[in-house]
Design a protein around this ligand. Structure first.
Ligand SMILES: [Zn+2]
Length: 169
């Protein structure tokens, strides 16, 4: 089965709220960067550990098909049972990967590595066990719908293009 990723507007709302309110994300708030939040159905593993999320910079050569500067992908099977607060911390963690530098007045995008296994900022603020699933009040994720892959890609692209024109106005 190929991996499927879909745009997740619920996560986008949480991410926007974080960008609007958290001081350490001010560089994103004041930039032109477009960030798209995706849900994946993949059980991604790395070095024997579950990967909850991934922040990627989109290379110029792919922007014809994915008009975004960054994507944040949440691996749904690996975050099952997360509460809304844990999802918020995960999105916060992923947003901390976004790096924006200025060169001759132009924005340059890249991604930050962690300073430790997590970001020290996240651990200092939320503790190192923030991602443990306790079974209390898990967030209800939207049930994934079965959809033809081509239709899904078309829908994602339509959605992104709508978003892009909203953004340009
Ligand atoms: Zn990370």
């Amino acid at each position: 089965m190929p991996e499927r990723r879909q745009i997740n507007d619920e996560y986008a709302k949480i991410a926007k709220d974080l960008i609007d309110t958290e001081d350490v994300l001010e560089h994103i708030r004041t930039s032109q960067a477009t960030i798209v939040i995706l849900s994946s159905d993949m059980k991604k593993m790395k070095d024997g550990r579950k990967v909850c999320g991934l922040c990627e910079r989109i290379d110029e050569k792919y922007k014809w098909g994915l008009p975004a500067d960054f994507t944040i992908t949440i691996y749904e099977p690996n975050v099952r049972g997360f509460t809304e607060e844990q999802m918020r911390i995960l999105l916060f963690h992923e947003l901390l990967h976004i790096k924006i530098d200025y060169q001759d007045g132009e924005e340059k995008y890249s991604t930050n590595p962690h300073d430790i296994e997590d970001f020290r900022y996240i651990i200092d603020r939320f503790g190192s066990h923030w991602d443990e699933v306790t079974g209390e009040e898990p967030m209800i994720f939207r049930a994934s719908v079965t959809i033809n892959l081509d239709d899904q890609i078309r829908q994602n692209l339509d959605h992104l293009n709508e978003r892009k024109s909203d953004f340009d106005e």
